[in-house]
Design a protein around this ligand. Structure first.
Ligand SMILES: *Cc1c(COP(=O)(O)O)cnc(C)c1O
Length: 345
């Protein structure tokens, strides 16, 4: 399968085309009805995913949004609040689904560069008093999307989750890009997942699968998640055709994420060499590059248009901020070409 243009598409790591191997895996997949009983390929994917993350069970979900929202709904009783970082995906990019669908409130706390520490949250649990919502959960995001793929330092993660559990909160990780953290830090996924009661991972981002996420946790939690998935309209029949691509991706595309990180570093250097762009905090942890656009050179949308006319697609994330994301379909040669263009901006 090929993409229809020769643009270098740096809008998101979700734009990837399925690889030959994936398409073969899809056409070879043994499938069943995952709502009536099981789809064998999905089952295999769920076992492999739970295993990688060191938890008892996993369940395939159509999207990361559904996966996060079902996790939150299960951890929190209606009419309670959960703590999350102010710029997190769950709060910022999911239409406040926790409020619309589950009657929950997000208590947003601004971290430093997207990282939440115990010192940021220690006064954020509401006292037991009829004026207040009860605080029931802590959510983290690793890597942090709106903070440019920022890695949560694992020592801080352990401390804040320990604090949460000691205070009776459950913990959920939005690990849409936990694969990137694992590759960048060399820490195994199960170590990164260990402090959390549940984790959501996406197959459709860095791993390059066309569709799908998984929610991971203990067996009882995942059994309940299965009921909720049906309620949300996410029960899918021969979903092994999707699961096969995801399974192929976890077997073949984890290690190559290192290349996305190298390409991102090179693009970052090119942005620094340009007149109008500066890399946010002069730091790129993984595969997302956030660049601030100097006001005298126009707005972020001006730069996006200029890059588009030079063959690079990217997005704005603010009035003066653009975002570039590397992925499976951005080769070293594409990166060379993109660097040349970026330097001239
Ligand atoms: C992409 C993403 C999600 C979920 O995305 P879907 O498009 O619903 O699959 C959740 N969290 C983060 C941090 C993401 O980047």
């Amino acid at each position: 399968m090929t993409s229809s243009t020769n643009f270098i598409d740096l809008r998101s790591d979700t734009v990837t085309q399925p690889t030959e191997g994936m398409l073969q895996a899809i056409s070879d997949a043994e499938v069943g009805d995952d709502v009536i009983d099981i789809d064998p390929t999905l089952r295999e994917l769920e076992i492999a995913t739970a295993d990688l993350l060191g938890k008892e069970a996993a369940i395939f979900m159509p999207t990361g949004t559904m996966s996060n929202q079902i996790a939150i709904r299960l951890h929190c009783h209606r009419g309670t609040e959960f703590i999350c970082e102010a710029d997190c995906h769950i709060h910022h990019y999911e239409q406040g689904a926790y409020a619309q669908l589950s009657g929950l409130v997000a208590k947003t706390i601004t971290g430093q560069g997207g990282v939440l520490r115990v010192s940021d949250v220690q006064d954020s649990i509401s006292p037991e008093n009829e004026h207040f919502l009860r605080t029931t959960m802590l959510c983290l995001e690793n890597t942090h999307n709106r903070w440019g793929g920022r890695i949560q330092p694992q020592e801080e993660v352990r401390e804040i989750c320990y604090w949460a559990h000691r205070n009776g909160l459950s913990t959920h990780l939005d690990g849409a890009r936990l694969w990137n953290t694992a590759v960048a830090t060399g820490k195994p996924l199960n170590e990164l997942a260990e402090p959390f009661d549940s984790i959501s991972v996406c197959f459709s981002k860095g791993l390059g699968a066309p569709v799908g996420s998984a929610l991971v946790g203990n067996q009882k939690f995942i059994d309940e998640a299965r009921r909720e998935r049906k309620l949300f309209g996410g029960g899918m029949r021969q979903a092994g055709v999707l699961g096969a691509a995801a399974l192929y991706a976890i077997h073949h595309h984890q290690d190559r994420i290192a290349l996305d990180h190298e390409n991102a570093q090179r693009l970052g250097i090119a942005c620094q060499q340009s007149k109008s762009l500066r890399v946010r905090e002069e730091r790129i942890d993984t595969n997302i590059i956030l660049c601030d656009v100097h006001q005298e050179h126009g707005t972020a949308s001006d730069v996006v248009d200029l890059l588009a006319s030079n063959g690079i697609k990217c997005l704005t994330t603010g009035k003066q901020t653009i975002r570039l994301v590397t992925h499976l379909n951005v080769s070293e040669e594409d990166t060379d070409r993109a660097c040349e263009i970026l330097r001239t901006i």
